[in-house]
Design a protein around this ligand. Sequence first.
Ligand code: G3H
Ligand code: 13P
Ligand code: ZN
Length: 313
Amino acid sequence: MPLVNSKEMFERAYKEGYAIGAFNVNDMEIVQGITEAAKAENSPVILQVSAGARKYAKHAYLVKLVEAALEDTDLPICLHLDHGDSFELCKDCIDGGFTSVMIDGSKLSFEENVALTKKVCDYAHSHVPYVTVEGELGKLAGIEDAVNVSDEDAQFTDPNEVEEFVKRTGVDSLAIAIGTSHGAYKFKPGQKPRLRFDILEEVSKRLPNFPIVLHGASSVMQEYVKIVNENGGRMPDAIGIPEEMLRQAATMAVCKINIDSDLRLAMTASIRKHMNEHPDHFDPRQYLGDARAAIREVVQHKIHEVLGSSGKA
Ligand code: G3H
Ligand code: 13P
Ligand code: ZN
């Protein structure tokens, strides 16, 4: 099966009340860990590449790795650009084999965001085959590759703007800000995690049958924070998005849930543990093999226990 865009994945996910996991990929072990998990769960999956990942691993290597995973698993896999910040970057990815892109104009004014997102949609939609486009309205707190938004600047999505944005741009899905944020420090210790489900509800009323995307959806799994800290790491208290909230969002209009930090954490925990337990090891296949297994375990857990996409391939 060739790479697919996100259209049919989202149509079915919306109808059946689950979400597709969008996991960030940077190297072979991550691609393998994620796709082995998706295979074990017979789940569709989105592999997403940030500008930073593209710089680190190079476009061609990542595309070939994803193609290899496709051949290996025969699953519906969508290759998506995460947080594209310019028309040129989106065009490069579309021309270079990606089946979906995000244009993140959330730091721009509404009018500038509309203009940039429409330009990307016009190009992506006239491409053969059709490339899907994700836009963003509202600002998440935290650090992204191309977008750096401080807590004070974080701004929930205004439901009054979504219809006009979607109509004028032609975007295929929309990322919204309802209280999630990027990275491992989403809520301060002692703070009670809270998502604005009322905004999600209102957005989905304004946009019937339209797929919504949640960024910054790692839960900062405490078992891995513990392993990191028991093995020489120093991660301060970190609180992520509770998995039951993600489960709830997946039953609503949210069709794509972005997870990266939980994978980074699992990978780092397993390598730290491995190094601590085997100070004599110096074959990268030993600790990277463990890291790959840790990624697989986390992704399988997310698919089975949080997203609900098991058996939907
Ligand atoms: O939202 C951003 C993703 O976690 C990717 O992070 O830009 O450091 O690759 P990155
Ligand atoms: P996390 O940092 O919560 O994993 O979010 C990842 C993300 O939104 C990628 O676009
Ligand atoms: Zn993101």
